[in-house]
Design a protein around this ligand. Structure first.
Ligand SMILES: [Zn+2]
Length: 379
């Protein structure tokens, strides 16, 4: 797969001729995806589940073993006659992914993540107020540290960035960094000669939650509450991008036309009451329960039409648990149910993310999913 294309942007109406190498890559992804999702399997199981012939499966497994992406183990069962079965297992420790999270205020965070989504080693660098090219340089420095210290071959580099990011990994607009049309993926690819995938932080987070969180198969919306507020959506098994790559920008929906001035230039956006700095400010001169419940009602009011329209299965809030996981979550939940039909609310799950402390690893793990999807075709 071309590393210039967003891994999650798969066409619903593919066109053009199927080449033998396309078929082989597709078959390879199919096997890797089965091992990734369902764990070790025999060649016969893989042939059955994939619909590929035993010969094709054996051929591909041999290739994957040679690349050390899978291992084979013989299972000895006492009392059984005949040849013991050989199980094929995805070697999650055979590569590392360099994952970068740019969504934390004042900090660039990174980690080595294995192919099973486990965060191995963390590194971080302070931004010290740098913006523009200065902020790009900090990202390069952190990637350099992580690439140089990688304990295994690097499969690729994944980055979750705030702002609007196009399918080629160019950050079109990220006001917090002073970035306009910054070709972050192309820059990193040129500097490190590795596959690079860059996506919006909330989109990255929802991919992390979808792949490694405790999620079902229904529509999933993840609302990321940090310096700003943004959302990512996985619908019918695919990430929603939107017409201008700006799907999920719910943080700038106006909830109070007479409210606080917003970074976007308008007044009273959802972000001006729900972002972490906004919540902390409101808590300074108000009763904790009341303030958080009031914000929860506002959030529920904004989200009810979304839930009603999309018939979501899960709504996940990601951010500081002391702010989100209590009166705020409860009021959001209650308000959405009050404002939608029973069929919308019956099986709706509203919860916080469990990936890392306070769901804090969700962008890092999601950045790893960008690479897993782009390079191995698994998610
Ligand atoms: Zn705004």
């Amino acid at each position: 797969m071309s590393s210039a294309t967003s891994p999650a942007r798969r066409p619903l109406r593919p066109s053009g001729k199927l080449l033998p190498e396309d078929a082989r890559r597709h078959h390879r992804s199919l096997l890797l995806q089965l091992l990734f999702r369902y764990g070790p399997a025999s060649r016969a199981d893989l042939a059955r589940s994939s619909g590929l012939t035993r010969v094709t499966v054996s051929d591909l497994v041999a290739e994957l073993v040679a690349e050390e992406l899978v291992t084979e183990t013989t299972v000895t069962m006492s009392g059984r006659v005949g040849k013991p079965p050989v199980l094929v297992t995805l070697a999650t420790g055979s590569r590392v992914i360099v994952a970068i999270d740019l969504s934390t205020d004042g900090l660039v965070q990174g980690a080595h993540v294995d192919l099973g989504g486990h965060v191995l080693t963390r590194h971080e660098l302070p931004l010290d107020g740098r913006r523009g090219q200065g902020a790009v340089d900090v990202v390069h420095d952190l990637v350099r540290e992580l690439v140089d210290s990688a304990p295994r071959p690097v499969l690729g580099i994944g980055v979750g960035s705030p702002g609007v990011v196009d399918a080629g990994g160019t950050v079109i607009d990220a006001p917090n960094f002073g970035w306009t049309d910054v070709a972050l993926a192309a820059d990193l690819r040129a500097a490190f000669d590795l596959p690079v995938f860059v996506a919006n932080d909330a989109n990255t987070a929802v991919l992390g939650e979808h792949t490694f969180g405790d999620t079902g198969d229904g529509g999933l919306m993840l609302l990321r509450v940090g310096t700003g507020v943004g959302a990512g959506l996985v619908l019918e098994g695919a990430l929603l991008h939107g017409h201008r790559s700006a799907a999920g920008e719910i943080g700038h929906v106006v909830v109070d036309p007479d409210g606080q001035a917003c970074a976007c230039g308008r007044r009273g956006c959802l972000e001006t009451v729900l972002s972490v700095p906004a919540l902390r400010r409101q808590l300074e001169d108000g009763d904790v329960e009341t303030v958080l419940a009031d914000v929860g009602v506002r959030l529920g009011t904004v989200l009810a039409p979304v839930v009603g329209t999309l018939n979501l299965h899960e709504l996940v809030l990601s951010g500081p648990a002391d702010l989100l996981d209590g009166p705020l979550l409860a009021a959001t939940d209650r308000t959405i149910r009050e404002r939608t039909m029973p069929v919308s609310g019956d099986e709706l799950v509203i919860r916080t993310s469990g990936l890392g402390e306070d769901g804090g690893d969700v962008v890092l793990v999601g950045a790893a999913v960008l690479v897993l999807a782009g390079q191995l075709g698994v998610s």
